[in-house]
Design a protein around this ligand. Structure first.
Ligand SMILES: N[C@@H](CCC(=O)N[C@@H](CS)C(=O)NCC(=O)O)C(=O)O
Length: 219
């Protein structure tokens, strides 16, 4: 058994699982992947031994269990990559934490109406709330790229936890194709071109489990 195990859901559907998975991959940390199909009759029974919240993702490191995507990313940052997963500059780090927490805790319409589905490709009309949420994400991406992005193509230049938190948004935007400003579109392309995001999406598209169409908008 490997020292580090990450419990994730379906790659096609589980947006939050992608965040710590991408962080571990980007920092070249070896881990065992334990995948559990979500929303099946036996999902809770299978998650029970691993997940206090009965949700994914969960990180198991020696005797320590960490759940919730952002808490897992913080744990990886502290215990496994010596603080290297946030920007080192305090001002940048404060902004990176702020936008990461914002995408994690806000955007209710996006989370409700545009679930992640790597197989989906469609342009849907946006409610006013959804329009405003997409505009806010566009503004975050613009602002971070403009103010902090000079040393690379990621939100704060070099790759950080903020990019992990926005990776599911990139997959979602790839499916539902909202209008974006040019800088936001360029950042979206950076995330979608990331080889590990590509790998995740390809594996997600290859999965055969299917949720109801009303949930996932696609086959
Ligand atoms: N705040 C949690 C949310 C976790 C979450 O909702 N995970 C979904 C999959 S992406 C899940 O496990 N759903 C199963 C369920 O709700 O029964 C996090 O960031 O990890």
């Amino acid at each position: 058994m490997k020292d580090i195990r990450l419990v994730i859901g379906d790659k096609n559907y589980s947006s939050w699982s992608l965040c710590p998975w991408l962080l571990l991959k980007m920092f070249d940390i070896e881990f065992e992947e334990i995948q559990i199909a979500l929303y099946q009759d036996n999902t809770a029974e299978k998650l029970g031994p691993y997940s206090p919240s009965l949700k994914v993702p969960v990180l198991l490191h020696r005797e320590i269990t960490v759940w919730d995507s952002l808490a897992i990313c913080e744990y990886i940052n502290e215990e496994l990559v010596k603080g290297g997963a946030w920007p080192s500059n305090p001002r940048r780090r404060a902004s990176a934490r702020s936008v990461s927490n914002e995408i994690h805790s806000e955007f209710p319409a996006l989370k409700k109406h545009w679930p992640m589905n790597c197989k989906a490709s469609m342009k849907l009309s946006l409610s006013e709330q959804l329009f405003n949420e997409v505009a806010r994400i566009d503004a975050i991406w613009n602002c971070c790229r403009h103010k902090f992005g000079e040393n690379g193509d990621y939100l704060f230049g070099r790759f950080s936890i903020a990019d992990c938190l926005f990776a599911p948004t990139a997959v979602i935007f790839n499916s539902y194709q909202p209008e974006l400003s040019q800088p936001a579109r360029e950042y979206l392309e950076t995330l979608l071109d990331n080889p590990f995001v590509q790998k995740w999406m390809a594996q997600g598209r290859g999965e055969i489990e299917r949720l109801p169409v009303s949930w996932a908008h696609a086959s």
